[in-house]
Write a protein that binds this ligand. Structure first.
Ligand SMILES: *Cc1c(COP(=O)(O)O)cnc(C)c1O
Length: 354
């Protein structure tokens, strides 16, 4: 068909499957295993369908101001979107607009190349070192922008703030985006650096550490000018990105800092315990600072373990891609979920080691 020549063809990102069912143990999309803060449930119960008759506030004032207060920045330094995927996509469209290639690690969040292709942004990837760390010197050549997650995905490897600053400082003529989807699980955020570097955009999400993946709330913080440019693009696409429940319930989640610290603390404790147990079972992995562990077994191929787990209704993430096709990305669930996983693995590995 002739019209197909005019189609903007895209190779979409494939999210973790499958839908939730029965007794499955879902450790494949890095969701929080605990419910959102109790205040969220109360605010949800108080919500009226009549509230949905009107458009939401296009400026998302409640949530933007709430985030500004929480993080100690001005509201002009905060941008919110429909999950950080929306924020990141908007940032690609806004800031990566030159002829030079943007740079990101070659093992990283696979959405980056999807957006680059969709928006026709040239890109080059930079190898990680032998221990899966970012090599800052790779990001010191001419480029059209830089993006990397910290901690990285799907490895969980965290880079100290000094490395982040080295890359931001070496790239003052382009925008550097640090995707901090997993920063609340033990890392140090690059947020303070936005006061010093007008080319730094820090992106975070409510999906992992705030247990609200289903509500879709992401945000970015940076220099006021960066945020204004981002807003101009957003308002050129859709004025009402954030719906009323997301604005109200997101704000509610922010109010309860104690609960947030309790659940992220629990996840970190579980993660550290599970690291030890996986090692005993013959797994190795880069030291993760996220809410997942990227593990491979010394004898049994990842694909085979993935399949066996799936048959037992335990879902983890596996990619049949070069460099990462012998690893499983295992989300840190509750202690009980991890015990079920570990018991199965122990039995399975014994059975397959004779
Ligand atoms: C999960 C994730 C995101 C996006 O999450 P949202 O649910 O869209 O906020 C962004 N970057 C990385 C590296 C992620 O793992």
């Amino acid at each position: 068909m002739k019209w197909e020549e005019n189609v903007r063809k895209a190779v979409p990102y494939v999210p973790g499957v499958p839908p939730i069912h029965g007794n499955m143990i879902k450790l494949n999309t890095n969701e929080c295993p605990y419910p959102p803060a109790p205040g969220v449930q109360a605010a949800l119960a108080a919500m009226q369908s009549e509230d949905m008759r009107l458009y939401p506030d296009p400026a998302s004032e409640v949530l933007v101001q709430g985030l500004a207060d929480y993080y100690g920045v001005k509201k002009e330094q905060v941008f919110v979107g429909v999950g950080s995927d929306d924020v990141l996509s908007m940032a690609f469209l806004t800031f990566f607009n030159g002829d030079r290639p943007i740079l990101f690690p070659d093992t990283t969040y696979s959405f980056y190349e999807v957006w680059a292709d969709l928006y026709r942004i040239p890109y080059e990837t930079c190898d990680l070192d032998g221990d899966l760390h970012i090599r800052p010197e790779d990001y010191k050549r001419l480029n059209g922008g830089v993006i990397f997650p910290n901690p990285n995905a799907p490895t969980g490897v965290y880079e100290p703030l000094a490395l982040v600053e080295e890359i931001v400082g070496a790239n003052r003529d382009v925008v550097v985006i640090v995707d901090e989807a997993y920063i609340d699980f033990g890392g140090e955020s690059a947020l303070p650096l936005i006061q010093k570097y007008d080319n730094l955009l820090v992106v975070q999400t409510f999906s992992k550490s705030r247990a609200m993946a289903g509500l879709r709330i992401g945000f970015a913080m940076g220099n006021e000018k960066l945020i204004r440019y981002l807003g101009d693009v957003k308002f050129s696409i859709n004025s009402y990105t954030m719906n009323r429940p997301a604005l109200a319930l997101g704000m509610e989640a922010l109010r309860d800092k104690a609960y947030f610290e309790e659940i992220t603390g629990k996840i970190v404790n579980t993660r550290e315990r599970v690291k030890g147990e996986l090692r005993e079972l013959g797994f190795s992995f880069p030291d993760s600072m996220a809410n997942f562990i990227f593990a491979s077994h010394k004898r049994i191929p990842a694909r085979q373990i993935f399949q066996a787990l799936k048959e037992r209704d335990i879902y983890v993430r596996y990619w049949d891609k070069p460099r990462i096709n012998n690893s499983l990305r295992i989300t840190v669930g509750t202690d009980a979920e991890m015990d079920t996983l570990l018991a199965f693995l122990k039995e399975y590995i014994n059975r397959n080691s004779k």
